[in-house]
Design a protein. Structure first.
Length: 248
C-alpha cells in the first residue's frame, strides 16, 4: 500500500509514520507534505497513492482547498486536533478521521475500514464541509479585566505575545490584555489567512507587520506596528511559509 501524508507539524508527522509502519511495515510512505501548494504540485506530477492521511489545517490554509484546485479521487483519512460538529460528518462520507493525539487503535481501525470499503469523497460533500469549517475560527475573545469581563474582536488584535509567563493580546488601541490560552492553542483557533506564528513567542496579524529585514542564515527580522522589547526573528525553516503567507 502506498500512502501520502499531509501534516505541517514535524512531530505529528513522525508519529503518524511510526504508527503506519507499526500497522504494516511494508506500507510505502511516498511523501510528507506541509501545504496545499505542495499538495497540488505533488499530486499533479506523481501517480496517485492508494490512501491519503490529511491534516485539516496546513501551513497555507485548509486541506479542503486541494479538492477545489484539482480532481482527487483518492480515499482520505483525516486527522485533526478538534472533534467538532463539522468534523464528525466525515464519519459518514470519508474513510474516517482520527482525533489527535494520534492513537494506534484508531489508526488501525481507520485503515481496516479503508481496506473494507474504499469509499470516495464527493466534491459536493467537500464543498459543504469547507463552508462549515470556515466557521470554526475564533471571531472574538472574552478577557477579564479586574472584576469585569470584556470581549475583543480578532480584527482588533494586532498580535499575541507570550511574556512574563502569560499570553497577551495586543490590540490596535494599544492595550495588552491577558488570555487564558497557549500560543499553540491559539494557532489552531485563529484564521491562518489573517494570523501567522512568527516564532515561539509571537503570533502576528498581517496588518501588524511594519517592516521585514533580511537576516543572516536565511532568517528574517520583523518589525511590528506594536514595538516589543526583543528582536523578532523568523527562522529559516519558517521564512518561506511566512513569505507565501504575505503574498497570498
Amino acid at each position: 500500500m502506498r500512502v501520502l501524508i499531509f501534516e505541517d507539524e514535524k512531530l505529528n508527522a513522525e508519529r503518524l509514520v511510526e504508527l503506519i509502519r507499526r500497522y504494516d511495515v511494508s506500507v510505502e510512505v511516498l511523501a510528507v507534505l506541509e501545504s496545499v501548494k505542495q499538495g497540488v504540485e505533488w499530486l499533479t506530477n506523481h501517480s496517485s497513492p492508494d490512501l491519503i492521511f490529511m491534516d485539516i489545517r496546513l501551513t497555507d490554509g485548509l486541506s479542503f482547498e486541494l479538492f477545489e484546485k484539482i480532481n482527487i479521487e483518492i480515499p482520505v483519512i483525516f486527522t485533526t486536533a478538534y472533534d467538532e460538529y463539522a468534523i464528525r460528518a466525515f464519519k459518514v462520507n470519508s474513510v474516517d478521521y482520527i482525533v489527535k493525539p494520534l492513537d494506534f487503535g484508531e489508526l488501525k481501525a481507520a485503515i481496516d475500514k479503508f481496506k473494507k470499503t474504499r469509499p470516495l469523497l464527493s466534491p459536493e460533500f467537500i464543498q459543504t464541509i469547507l463552508k462549515q469549517s470556515n466557521l470554526k475560527y475564533k471571531n472574538r475573545f472574552l478577557v477579564k479585566i479586574g472584576d469585569q469581563f470584556k470581549h475583543i474582536e480578532c480584527r482588533d488584535i494586532l498580535c499575541f505575545i507570550f511574556e512574563g509567563g502569560m499570553v497577551m493580546a495586543v490590540t490596535k488601541a494599544g492595550s495588552s490584555l491577558p488570555l487564558d490560552y497557549s500560543l499553540d492553542h491559539l494557532e489552531q483557533l485563529l484564521d491562518p489567512a489573517d494570523f501567522f506564528r512568527l516564532n515561539r513567542k509571537i503570533i502576528a496579524r498581517i496588518d501588524s507587520i511594519k517592516k521585514i529585514h533580511s537576516y543572516f542564515n536565511g532568517r528574517l527580522k520583523i518589525e511590528l506596528v506594536h514595538p516589543v522589547d526583543e528582536d523578532i526573528i523568523v527562522s529559516r525553516e519558517r521564512a518561506g511559509r511566512f513569505k507565501d503567507w504575505l503574498g497570498r
